[in-house]
Write a protein that binds this ligand. Structure first.
Ligand code: NAD
Ligand code: MG
Length: 399
């Protein structure tokens, strides 16, 4: 498995940084915009993109003054154009316009689109050869080898924005990689951490997206509730760090204060702590390799008093084991896992299936689809399309 080298040229991110924010209207995008807004002299926004929320995108664009504002959905074009008339901001729409905008030369791209829908634009950003701060973990789950190959080919530095991977990045001693015994990914356990399976069977979308610690988009919130998020993160970690999958552990930590840990052969365990606020890892990436000020609430450990840890319960939350098995069986299986999960989560959010059906249908899809290895983008697209059809038919038949 290829391994990302965090060895990009730091000169590329010194001075005023030119940024593209892909997925600017989402949770990651708006947290990034908040930091940019507070540091106007440090950042110059070149590109902002959204799926179809023209109103929010226009508001952000009027404030952050990018050169380009893009909506992926062509139906949102006219509205965006009207909202930005007279601003001098160029407006475009459609998936191809999104990819072209992602190619705009910048110092750093924030890849904050959700799901495999963000893969093409993330690859386009990578091909520029600067720095890509990746929140969109699904890119690595569905096509990690292609993403890393593109990084190597272009000399691009990939910085992890996901809080756990950013935490590991902060305490991972690259020069002592051979002495890393384990990565420990912490997990909040989500809103159903203490629920029984029969209780979870009745869970509604509103209950599933009500995360106890983090304020996130709906898809990742459901992934946190099934704990598939930790499964996706296990795969993400295996791509980002030179550590074998059996040496990547998951540990439930309900307070979300310790964001992850690295254990070394001398018995040391290094952790990164912080409040559960994505502006911390985003700021770490935005300022990397330096640091920047953020307005986040500081940790008051005396007030917190106790930090709890427990082993994950694989019986109530089978998604992590499913993801681990997919990781061990190859990149076709992780692509199938991702596509099936995206379809199942959306079907749950649309009230078409129950909460427990999400992981059940992912598991069934993995049994039904022949997960051939992914060597090219076409391999990925064919497998992704086939998988979605299979999961959609499971959703329709209800079993
Ligand atoms: P979100 O739903 O809040 O925002 C998603 C963004 O992507 C929006 O701007 C939306 O317009 C855009 N988008 C959605 N579908 C699109 C499409 N088909 N084409 C183009 N643009 C599209 O999601 P989020 O919570 O910000 O998560 C974004 C990514 O970051 C996900 O991969 C998630 O797993 C990861 N992540 C999020 C958090 C968090 O705290 N929110 C933490 C860690 C990792
Ligand atoms: Mg995370």
């Amino acid at each position: 498995m290829a391994v990302t080298e965090f060895s990009g040229d730091p000169r590329a991110v010194q001075g005023c940084r030119r940024l593209s924010i892909l997925g600017a209207t989402g949770s990651i995008g708006t947290s990034t915009a908040d930091l940019v807004r507070r540091n106007p002299e440090a950042f110059d926004v070149a590109v902002l993109t959204a799926n179809r929320n023209a109103a929010d995108l226009a508001t952000l664009a009027r404030e952050l003054r990018p050169e380009l504002a893009i909506v992926a959905d062509p139906e949102a074009y006219t509205e965006l154009q009207e909202l930005l008339a007279g601003t001098g901001i160029e407006v475009a729409a459609g998936p191809q316009a999104l990819v072209e905008a992602a190619r705009e030369p910048v110092d750093m791209t924030i890849a904050g689109i959700v799901g495999a829908a963000g893969l093409d634009s993330a690859l386009a950003a990578i091909q520029q050869g600067t720095v890509v701060a990746l929140a969109n973990k699904e890119c690595l789950v569905c096509a990690g080898d292609l993403v890393l190959e593109a990084c190597h080919a272009a000399g691009t530095t990939l910085l992890p924005l996901d809080s756990e991977h950013n935490a590991i990045f902060q305490v991972f001693e690259t020069e002592n990689a051979a002495d890393v015994e384990k990565l420990v990914l912490t997990a909040s356990g989500g809103p159903f951490r203490t629920w029984t399976r029969p209780q979870m069977a009745t869970a509604t979308p509103d209950q599933a997206v009500a995360h106890p610690n983090w304020d996130m988009g709906r898809k990742i919130s459901v992934d946190s509730a099934t704990m598939m998020n930790k499964g996706l993160e296990l795969i993400e970690a295996a791509y980002l760090f030179p550590v074998a999958s059996e040496n990547i552990d998951v540990l439930v930590h309900p307070q979300s204060v310790v964001h992850s840990m690295v254990a070394y052969t001398d018995g040391s365990m290094l952790a990164q702590l912080g409040p559960p606020d994505m502006r911390v890892p985003i700021a770490h990436a935005l300022a990397w390799p330096a640091r920047m000020k953020t307005p986040v609430e500081r940790l008051d450990l005396a007030a917190i008093g106790t930090l709890d840890f427990e082993a994950p319960d694989d019986e109530r939350f089978p998604a992590i084991a499913l993801a681990r098995a997919a990781l061990d069986s190859g990149n076709g299986s992780t692509a199938v896992l991702n596509a099936a999960n995206e379809v199942a989560v959306q079907s749950f959010l649309d009230n078409l299936i129950g909460f427990l059906d999400i992981t059940k249908f992912v598991e069934k899809t993995l049994e039904l689809v022949q997960a051939s290895p992914i060597r090219t983008l076409d391999d990925f697209r064919a497998l992704d399309t086939e998988t979605r059809v299979v999961t959609e038919s499971l959703v329709k038949s209800g079993s």
